[in-house]
Design a binder for this molecule. Structure first.
Ligand code: SD4
Length: 290
Protein backbone atom coordinates (compact mmCIF):
# COMPACT_ATOMS: atom_id res chain seq x y z
CA UNK A 1 0.00 0.00 0.00
CA UNK A 2 1.30 3.50 -0.79
CA UNK A 3 2.29 5.67 2.14
CA UNK A 4 0.35 8.90 2.35
CA UNK A 5 2.12 11.51 4.49
CA UNK A 6 -0.28 13.65 6.46
CA UNK A 7 -0.45 16.26 9.19
CA UNK A 8 -3.64 16.80 11.18
CA UNK A 9 -4.13 19.21 14.07
CA UNK A 10 -6.89 20.53 16.31
CA UNK A 11 -8.40 23.96 15.49
CA UNK A 12 -7.51 26.41 12.75
CA UNK A 13 -3.72 26.30 12.75
CA UNK A 14 -2.56 26.54 9.10
CA UNK A 15 0.85 27.93 10.05
CA UNK A 16 1.51 25.01 12.37
CA UNK A 17 0.44 22.35 9.87
CA UNK A 18 2.42 24.16 7.16
CA UNK A 19 5.54 24.03 9.32
CA UNK A 20 5.06 20.33 10.09
CA UNK A 21 4.48 19.59 6.41
CA UNK A 22 7.65 21.48 5.45
CA UNK A 23 9.60 19.41 7.96
CA UNK A 24 8.18 16.21 6.43
CA UNK A 25 9.10 17.48 2.93
CA UNK A 26 12.69 17.86 4.12
CA UNK A 27 12.61 14.11 4.70
CA UNK A 28 12.57 14.42 8.47
CA UNK A 29 10.59 12.22 10.84
CA UNK A 30 7.00 12.60 11.96
CA UNK A 31 8.43 13.23 15.44
CA UNK A 32 10.38 16.27 14.20
CA UNK A 33 7.32 17.42 12.26
CA UNK A 34 4.92 17.44 15.21
CA UNK A 35 7.45 19.08 17.53
CA UNK A 36 8.25 21.83 15.04
CA UNK A 37 4.61 22.20 14.09
CA UNK A 38 3.20 22.79 17.56
CA UNK A 39 6.08 25.13 18.43
CA UNK A 40 4.53 27.58 15.97
CA UNK A 41 1.46 27.86 18.21
CA UNK A 42 3.51 27.90 21.41
CA UNK A 43 5.38 30.94 20.09
CA UNK A 44 2.20 32.73 18.92
CA UNK A 45 1.30 35.36 21.50
CA UNK A 46 -2.18 35.66 20.06
CA UNK A 47 -3.02 32.07 20.86
CA UNK A 48 -4.28 32.39 24.42
CA UNK A 49 -4.39 28.65 25.05
CA UNK A 50 -0.79 27.67 24.32
CA UNK A 51 2.72 28.73 25.31
CA UNK A 52 3.51 32.43 25.56
CA UNK A 53 0.31 34.46 25.72
CA UNK A 54 -1.57 31.57 27.31
CA UNK A 55 -4.19 32.70 29.82
CA UNK A 56 -3.08 32.21 33.44
CA UNK A 57 -4.61 30.36 36.35
CA UNK A 58 -6.70 32.18 38.96
CA UNK A 59 -3.58 33.53 40.64
CA UNK A 60 -2.02 34.87 37.46
CA UNK A 61 0.47 32.05 36.81
CA UNK A 62 0.80 30.74 33.25
CA UNK A 63 1.29 26.99 33.68
CA UNK A 64 1.76 24.73 30.69
CA UNK A 65 1.20 21.04 29.91
CA UNK A 66 2.74 19.28 26.90
CA UNK A 67 3.52 15.78 25.70
CA UNK A 68 4.99 13.99 22.73
CA UNK A 69 4.86 10.36 21.61
CA UNK A 70 6.89 8.61 18.93
CA UNK A 71 6.58 5.62 16.64
CA UNK A 72 8.20 3.30 19.18
CA UNK A 73 5.62 4.18 21.79
CA UNK A 74 8.08 6.34 23.71
CA UNK A 75 6.47 9.20 25.55
CA UNK A 76 7.67 12.33 27.31
CA UNK A 77 5.73 15.05 29.09
CA UNK A 78 5.83 18.07 31.34
CA UNK A 79 2.92 19.33 33.42
CA UNK A 80 2.39 22.61 35.23
CA UNK A 81 5.67 24.00 33.95
CA UNK A 82 6.19 27.76 34.18
CA UNK A 83 8.32 30.33 32.33
CA UNK A 84 9.32 28.03 29.48
CA UNK A 85 7.97 29.02 26.09
CA UNK A 86 8.38 25.67 24.37
CA UNK A 87 7.23 22.94 26.74
CA UNK A 88 6.88 20.51 23.81
CA UNK A 89 10.65 20.56 23.33
CA UNK A 90 11.18 20.00 27.06
CA UNK A 91 8.76 17.04 26.79
CA UNK A 92 10.85 15.61 23.98
CA UNK A 93 13.99 15.98 26.10
CA UNK A 94 12.27 14.21 29.01
CA UNK A 95 11.55 11.38 26.58
CA UNK A 96 15.01 11.23 25.07
CA UNK A 97 17.37 12.29 27.86
CA UNK A 98 15.88 11.06 31.13
CA UNK A 99 14.87 7.71 32.61
CA UNK A 100 11.39 9.18 33.22
CA UNK A 101 8.35 10.05 31.15
CA UNK A 102 6.72 12.88 33.07
CA UNK A 103 8.15 15.83 35.01
CA UNK A 104 6.01 18.33 36.91
CA UNK A 105 6.25 21.93 38.08
CA UNK A 106 9.55 23.16 39.47
CA UNK A 107 11.35 19.93 38.62
CA UNK A 108 10.29 20.24 35.01
CA UNK A 109 11.44 23.85 34.90
CA UNK A 110 14.75 23.02 36.52
CA UNK A 111 15.33 20.26 34.00
CA UNK A 112 14.46 22.66 31.17
CA UNK A 113 16.91 25.28 32.42
CA UNK A 114 19.65 22.69 32.84
CA UNK A 115 18.92 21.57 29.27
CA UNK A 116 19.53 25.08 27.95
CA UNK A 117 16.03 26.60 27.83
CA UNK A 118 15.89 30.24 28.93
CA UNK A 119 13.20 31.15 31.47
CA UNK A 120 11.01 34.04 30.44
CA UNK A 121 7.80 35.77 31.39
CA UNK A 122 4.89 34.16 29.54
CA UNK A 123 2.12 36.44 30.78
CA UNK A 124 1.62 38.94 27.97
CA UNK A 125 0.03 42.35 28.52
CA UNK A 126 -3.19 41.25 26.83
CA UNK A 127 -3.44 38.02 28.86
CA UNK A 128 -2.71 39.99 32.01
CA UNK A 129 -5.48 42.43 31.13
CA UNK A 130 -7.91 39.59 30.46
CA UNK A 131 -7.05 38.04 33.83
CA UNK A 132 -7.47 41.37 35.65
CA UNK A 133 -10.86 41.79 34.04
CA UNK A 134 -11.79 38.25 35.02
CA UNK A 135 -10.75 38.93 38.62
CA UNK A 136 -13.42 41.59 39.07
CA UNK A 137 -16.10 38.93 39.21
CA UNK A 138 -13.79 35.93 39.52
CA UNK A 139 -16.47 33.56 38.35
CA UNK A 140 -15.18 30.27 37.14
CA UNK A 141 -17.30 29.05 34.29
CA UNK A 142 -15.58 27.90 31.15
CA UNK A 143 -17.40 29.00 28.02
CA UNK A 144 -17.66 26.40 25.31
CA UNK A 145 -15.32 27.03 22.39
CA UNK A 146 -14.14 30.29 23.90
CA UNK A 147 -12.20 29.71 27.09
CA UNK A 148 -11.28 26.20 26.06
CA UNK A 149 -10.03 27.20 22.68
CA UNK A 150 -6.95 26.42 20.70
CA UNK A 151 -4.99 23.75 22.50
CA UNK A 152 -2.97 22.18 19.77
CA UNK A 153 -2.87 18.42 19.35
CA UNK A 154 -1.06 17.30 16.21
CA UNK A 155 -0.56 13.93 14.53
CA UNK A 156 1.72 13.28 11.55
CA UNK A 157 2.71 10.39 9.30
CA UNK A 158 6.06 10.67 7.52
CA UNK A 159 7.36 9.23 4.25
CA UNK A 160 8.29 5.98 5.98
CA UNK A 161 4.71 5.59 7.13
CA UNK A 162 5.62 6.17 10.78
CA UNK A 163 3.35 8.18 13.04
CA UNK A 164 4.06 10.53 15.96
CA UNK A 165 2.00 13.04 17.92
CA UNK A 166 2.29 16.10 20.14
CA UNK A 167 -0.08 18.07 22.32
CA UNK A 168 0.56 21.38 24.10
CA UNK A 169 -1.60 23.78 26.10
CA UNK A 170 -1.85 26.38 28.83
CA UNK A 171 -4.90 24.44 29.97
CA UNK A 172 -8.18 25.91 31.05
CA UNK A 173 -7.97 29.61 31.74
CA UNK A 174 -8.46 30.64 35.38
CA UNK A 175 -8.04 27.07 36.54
CA UNK A 176 -7.01 26.38 40.13
CA UNK A 177 -3.31 26.59 40.83
CA UNK A 178 -1.72 23.21 40.18
CA UNK A 179 -4.54 21.96 37.97
CA UNK A 180 -3.38 19.57 35.27
CA UNK A 181 -5.59 18.67 32.32
CA UNK A 182 -5.62 15.89 29.78
CA UNK A 183 -3.27 17.35 27.21
CA UNK A 184 -0.01 15.98 28.58
CA UNK A 185 -1.42 12.74 29.98
CA UNK A 186 -0.73 9.69 27.87
CA UNK A 187 -3.86 8.01 26.59
CA UNK A 188 -6.07 10.97 27.40
CA UNK A 189 -4.86 14.03 25.50
CA UNK A 190 -2.75 11.99 23.09
CA UNK A 191 -2.03 8.41 22.13
CA UNK A 192 0.04 6.91 19.32
CA UNK A 193 0.44 3.30 18.27
CA UNK A 194 2.53 2.89 15.15
CA UNK A 195 0.68 -0.31 14.23
CA UNK A 196 -2.69 1.41 14.25
CA UNK A 197 -2.67 5.22 14.24
CA UNK A 198 -3.11 8.07 16.69
CA UNK A 199 -5.60 10.37 18.37
CA UNK A 200 -5.56 13.65 20.27
CA UNK A 201 -8.06 15.75 22.20
CA UNK A 202 -9.14 19.29 22.96
CA UNK A 203 -11.73 20.78 25.29
CA UNK A 204 -12.64 20.04 28.89
CA UNK A 205 -9.66 18.03 30.05
CA UNK A 206 -11.36 16.61 33.14
CA UNK A 207 -13.86 14.79 30.92
CA UNK A 208 -11.19 13.51 28.54
CA UNK A 209 -9.17 12.20 31.49
CA UNK A 210 -12.13 10.34 32.99
CA UNK A 211 -12.74 8.46 29.77
CA UNK A 212 -9.10 8.08 28.58
CA UNK A 213 -10.34 9.18 25.20
CA UNK A 214 -7.28 9.06 22.93
CA UNK A 215 -6.31 5.56 24.03
CA UNK A 216 -9.91 4.48 23.55
CA UNK A 217 -9.93 5.81 19.98
CA UNK A 218 -6.73 3.99 19.04
CA UNK A 219 -8.02 0.75 20.56
CA UNK A 220 -11.33 1.07 18.70
CA UNK A 221 -9.40 1.56 15.45
CA UNK A 222 -7.43 -1.57 16.31
CA UNK A 223 -10.73 -3.42 16.52
CA UNK A 224 -11.65 -2.26 13.03
CA UNK A 225 -13.47 1.03 13.50
CA UNK A 226 -12.65 3.88 11.14
CA UNK A 227 -11.07 6.98 12.71
CA UNK A 228 -14.43 8.73 12.34
CA UNK A 229 -16.38 5.94 14.06
CA UNK A 230 -13.79 5.76 16.83
CA UNK A 231 -13.92 9.53 17.50
CA UNK A 232 -17.72 9.40 17.61
CA UNK A 233 -17.71 6.57 20.13
CA UNK A 234 -15.21 8.41 22.37
CA UNK A 235 -17.38 11.55 22.38
CA UNK A 236 -20.48 9.47 23.11
CA UNK A 237 -18.72 7.96 26.14
CA UNK A 238 -18.14 11.45 27.52
CA UNK A 239 -21.73 12.46 26.87
CA UNK A 240 -23.08 9.30 28.48
CA UNK A 241 -21.03 9.78 31.64
CA UNK A 242 -21.58 13.52 32.07
CA UNK A 243 -25.15 14.77 32.45
CA UNK A 244 -23.87 18.34 32.15
CA UNK A 245 -22.29 17.81 28.73
CA UNK A 246 -24.26 20.81 27.47
CA UNK A 247 -21.87 23.02 29.41
CA UNK A 248 -18.55 21.95 27.94
CA UNK A 249 -16.83 21.01 24.73
CA UNK A 250 -14.73 17.94 23.99
CA UNK A 251 -13.30 17.30 20.53
CA UNK A 252 -11.14 14.52 19.12
CA UNK A 253 -9.19 14.04 15.93
CA UNK A 254 -7.66 10.75 14.76
CA UNK A 255 -5.73 9.26 11.88
CA UNK A 256 -5.03 5.65 11.04
CA UNK A 257 -1.97 4.21 9.32
CA UNK A 258 -3.80 4.27 5.98
CA UNK A 259 -3.97 8.07 6.27
CA UNK A 260 -7.73 8.15 6.88
CA UNK A 261 -8.85 10.84 9.30
CA UNK A 262 -11.72 11.36 11.71
CA UNK A 263 -13.01 14.16 13.94
CA UNK A 264 -15.95 14.54 16.27
CA UNK A 265 -16.99 16.80 19.12
CA UNK A 266 -19.93 17.51 21.41
CA UNK A 267 -20.88 20.99 20.24
CA UNK A 268 -20.69 22.78 16.92
CA UNK A 269 -17.70 24.93 15.98
CA UNK A 270 -14.83 22.60 16.71
CA UNK A 271 -12.61 22.52 13.64
CA UNK A 272 -9.31 21.01 12.60
CA UNK A 273 -6.62 21.44 9.99
CA UNK A 274 -5.34 18.77 7.62
CA UNK A 275 -2.32 18.96 5.35
CA UNK A 276 -2.52 16.17 2.81
CA UNK A 277 -1.93 15.85 -0.94
CA UNK A 278 -0.26 19.28 -0.98
CA UNK A 279 -3.37 20.93 0.40
CA UNK A 280 -3.54 22.74 3.76
CA UNK A 281 -7.20 22.86 4.68
CA UNK A 282 -9.42 23.65 7.65
CA UNK A 283 -12.43 21.39 8.22
CA UNK A 284 -15.52 21.73 10.35
CA UNK A 285 -15.96 18.81 12.71
CA UNK A 286 -19.23 16.93 12.85
CA UNK A 287 -20.81 17.10 16.30
CA UNK A 288 -23.14 15.33 18.70
CA UNK A 289 -25.39 18.14 19.95
CA UNK A 290 -27.75 18.67 17.04
C1 SD4 B 1 -7.18 21.16 29.16
N1 SD4 B 1 -7.75 20.11 27.08
O1 SD4 B 1 -6.22 21.57 29.80
C2 SD4 B 1 -7.14 21.26 27.65
C3 SD4 B 1 -7.76 22.55 27.25
C4 SD4 B 1 -7.97 22.70 25.79
O2 SD4 B 1 -8.24 24.05 23.95
O3 SD4 B 1 -8.11 21.77 25.04
N2 SD4 B 1 -8.03 23.89 25.27
O4 SD4 B 1 -8.19 20.70 29.69
Amino acid sequence: KPIIPIVIATWNVPNATQKAWDVLQEGKSALDAVEQGVRVEEADENNQSVGIGGLPDRDGNVTLDACIMDKEGNYGAVVCIENIKHPISVARKVMEDTPHVLLAGNGAKQFAVESGFTPENLLTESSKKAWEKWKIEAKYKPIINVENHDTIGMLAIDKNGDISGACTTSGLSYKMQGRVGDSAIIGSGLFIDNEIGGATATGMGEEVLKTVGSFLIVELMRQGRTPQEACEEAVKRVVKKSPNFKDFQVGYIAVNKQGETGAYCIHEWFNYTVYQDNENKNHKSDYYSK
